[in-house]
Write a protein that binds this ligand. Structure first.
Ligand code: ADP
Length: 554
C-alpha cells in the first residue's frame, strides 16, 4: 500500500527534475548522435552479408515511420513481424514502437495455425516477413483477416512471380520515396510498445504487452556489469531471436550502450555462427543451451578456438554445468547463467560472484555460478509453499517462485486468463530454492516436477548429472506413472556420436551425486529429443509419447 511521510503537515515536496518520458525512440536517437558510426552487420535471409551504421539505421527507421503513417498505421495499431535477426527487423523495432504503434513479433517456428491465430488475436494491420517464410505466409494469408498488407523484407526482385498472397509488397518499395525526416512523437512512457506471446506449451499462447517504460528500464538494468555487462567497445551477436522476447532486450541495450551488433539471420548452425563471430570479432553473445551445443560440437570437430569471444549469457532453460565448464576451461569464455521469462521482459536473475565469494574454494564458486543467480535491481523475488506461506532462504527449501517489478507482467493482453497476480506478485510456475545471499536455483518447472510418494524430485538436477557424463550429449527426465509411488523418473538420453554407454553404467554414474530415491527407474537411449519453437526440450511431448511406458519392476 502507498504511504506518505507522516513527519509534517505539508504536502510532499516533488523533486524538481525534468519529467522526460522513457521512450524507445530515445534509444535510437542516442545511438545515432553518439555512436553513429558504430556498425550493424547482418547475414541476410537473401544469403549475403549487409553492413550499416546506427546513423543510417535511424534514417531508415524514420523513413519507415513515414511509410507506416502514410499507410494508415496509427497509435497502438499492431504491426507484426515474422523475421530473423537482421537490420530491417531492427528498423521495424524502432519505427513501429517509436511512432506509438505496437510491434508484434511472431515466432516463425510455431505451427501455421498458431501463427494465424496470433495475427487475428493481436488484430495485426500489416505483417512484415523474411523471404524464408514465404510458404508460411502463402498458407495463412487468407486467414489473417485484419492484415491489410504483407510486406516481404527484401527488394522487389525477391517477390514471387505469381503469388496467392493478396496485397504483397516489398519492404524497399514500401519505404521508397518517403522522407527520412521524422519527429518521433512524445507520449506517456506507459504507452504499449511491443507484444510477445508466450510459447503456449499449455493451451493457447497469451500476449505480454510491454510498455516503453518497462522496455527502457529493462535495457538499463540488463546492460549492467553483473547482468550482460555490455558497453560501447563490445561486439554483440544475439543468437537469441528477435522473435522471442525481443532477443532478451539486446536490440535495445546494444544501441543504448553503443555496442556494435552482428545479426546471424537464418544461419544458426555451428559453422555459420563460428565463422561470423570470428569475421566480426564478436566479444559477447547470448542464447539458449541448445544453440551452444551445436557451436561447441562444431568447434570440437574442427579443433578451432575463439579469437575474440569473451562472455556469453546462457538461459531460457537450465545451462548444464558440463557446458559451462567446457566453455570456460576449453574456450576461455565466461558464462553468465541467466533466468527469465516472456512475462519478465525477460531478464530476472543472473549468476555472477560478489567480492566476498572470490576467496571461496572453486567448487563453491562453481556451485554459485550454476544457480540461476540473483535478481537485477528492479526485480524482487520470494518462494512460497502451496498455501502462499513464505519459505526460508536456506538454499535447500524449495517452493513456488514469485516475482514483482516494473518490467514484470501485471495481466495478459485482452485480459486472457483474468487476474494472475497473487497479492501483487507474479507466480512464475517455476520451483526454486534461494540461498542466504539471494542466489536462486530453479529445481524445475512446477508442471515438470516428479511427484514420488508425496515428495518432489527435481528433474534439472538429474539431467545435469547425466549430461556431466562424457558420453551424454543431451538428457531429459520425466515422471512416469508408478502404481506405488505415483510417479518415478524415466531418463531419456541422446548419446554423443560413436560412443557406447549402457543403462547400468549410467545409473552407477549417479552414485553419490543425487539421493538414492532420486535415481531414474529406467534409462532409454533415443536418437533425438523433441525441441520446441524457442529451442527448449518439449517435456510435454515426451510425457505424451511415453505416457503408457511401463517401468521395470524393482
Ligand atoms: P515459454 O517457454 O513458456 O514461452 P519463456 O520462453 O518465457 O516461456 O520461458 C520461461 C521459462 O523458461 C521459465 O519459467 C523457466 O521455467 C525456464 N527458464 C528460463 N531460464 C532458465 C534457466 N536459466 N534455468 C532453468 N529454467 C529456465
Amino acid at each position: 500500500m502507498m504511504t506518505t511521510p507522516q513527519h509534517s503537515n505539508h504536502a510532499p515536496m516533488l523533486g524538481q527534475m525534468m519529467n522526460k518520458p522513457l521512450l524507445i525512440s530515445g534509444i535510437i536517437k542516442h545511438a545515432d548522435r553518439y555512436f553513429g558510426d558504430n556498425e550493424i552487420v547482418s547475414r541476410r535471409a537473401e544469403g549475403d552479408i549487409h553492413r550499416t551504421t546506427y546513423k543510417q539505421l535511424h534514417q531508415r527507421a524514420k523513413q519507415l515511420a513515414n511509410a507506416l503513417a502514410k499507410f494508415g498505421i496509427g497509435a497502438s495499431d499492431r504491426v507484426a513481424t515474422l523475421a530473423w535477426n537482421g537490420y530491417r527487423h531492427l528498423e521495424l523495432y524502432y519505427a513501429v514502437s517509436g511512432s506509438g504503434s505496437i510491434l508484434h513479433t511472431i515466432n516463425p517456428r510455431l505451427h501455421a495455425d498458431q501463427i494465424s491465430y496470433l495475427c487475428n488475436h493481436a488484430e495485426d494491420q500489416v505483417l512484415f516477413f523474411d523471404v524464408t517464410f514465404l510458404p508460411i505466409i502463402e498458407a495463412i494469408a487468407a486467414r489473417c483477416s485484419t492484415v491489410k498488407a504483407f510486406v516481404l523484407l527484401s527488394d522487389a526482385s525477391h517477390l514471387p512471380a505469381n503469388s496467392v498472397i493478396p496485397n504483397l509488397l516489398s519492404y524497399e518499395d514500401f519505404i521508397a520515396g518517403h522522407s527520412c525526416e521524422f519527429e518521433w512523437p512524445n507520449f506517456d512512457e506507459n504507452t504499449a510498445a511491443s507484444l510477445c506471446y508466450t510459447s503456449g506449451t499449455t493451451g493457447n499462447p497469451k500476449g505480454v504487452l510491454y510498455s516503453h517504460r518497462s522496455t527502457v528500464l529493462h535495457s538499463f538494468a540488463s546492460a549492467l556489469p553483473d547482468a550482460m555487462n555490455i558497453g560501447s567497445r563490445d561486439v554483440i551477436l544475439p543468437v537469441v531471436p528477435m522473435f522471442h522476447v525481443n532477443a532478451w532486450g539486446i536490440p535495445y541495450s546494444a544501441p543504448l550502450t553503443g555496442a556494435k551488433l552482428v545479426f546471424p539471420g537464418p544461419a544458426l548452425d555451428g559453422k555459420s555462427l563460428y565463422e561470423l563471430m570470428e569475421q566480426e570479432q564478436v566479444t559477447f553473445s547470448a542464447g539458449v543451451p541448445t544453440v551452444w551445443l551445436g557451436l561447441i560440437q562444431y568447434m570440437e570437430q574442427q579443433k578451432v578456438k575463439f579469437s575474440s569471444l569473451k562472455r556469453t549469457v546462457i538461459g531460457g532453460s537450465a545451462c548444464p554445468p558440463a557446458m559451462m565448464k567446457t566453455l570456460r576451461e576449453n574456450y576461455a569464455v565466461e558464462v553468465v547463467h541467466a533466468w527469465g521469462m516472456t512475462e519478465l521482459s525477460p531478464l530476472g536473475t543472473t549468476a555472477t560472484l560478489q567480492a566476498k565469494h572470490l576467496t571461496l574454494p572453486k567448487a563453491e564458486q562453481d556451485a554459485l555460478l550454476q544457480t540461476q543467480g540473483h535478481p537485477l535491481f528492479g526485480v524482487d523475488m520470494k518462494i512460497v509453499d502451496d498455501n502462499g506461506k513464505e519459505l526460508p532462504w536456506d538454499g535447500t527449501t524449495f517452493g513456488n517462485l514469485l516475482v514483482q517489478g516494473p518490467w514484470i507482467l501485471d495481466h495478459y493482453f485482452k485480459n486472457e486468463g483474468g487476474h494472475v497476480l497473487e497479492d501483487g506478485w507474479f507466480p512464475t510456475g517455476d520451483v526454486a530454492t534461494i540461498n542466504a545471499d539471494g542466489y536462486m536455483r530453479i529445481t524445475d518447472r512446477s508442471k515438470d516436477v516428479i511427484k514420488s510418494g508425496g515428495e518432489w524430485i527435481g528433474t534439472i538436477d538429474i539431467e545435469n548429472v547425466a549430461m556431466s557424463h562424457p558420453a551424454v550429449l543431451q538428457a531429459a527426465c520425466i515422471g512416469i506413472f508408478h502404481p506405488k509411488w505415483d510417479e518415478r523418473p524415466l531418463l531419456l538420453v541422446v548419446l554423443r556420436p560413436n560412443v557406447a554407454l549402457g543403462k547400468d553404467e549410467l545409473i552407477k554414474f549417479f552414485d553419490g551425486k543425487v539421493a538414492k530415491w532420486w535415481l531414474p527407474d529406467d534409462v532409454l537411449f533415443i536418437p533425438a529429443l523433441p525441441i520446441g519453437a524457442t529451442g527448449k526440450i518439449l517435456k510435454n511431448k515426451l510425457r505424451e509419447t511415453y505416457k503408457d511406458y511401463v517401468l521395470p519392476s524393482k
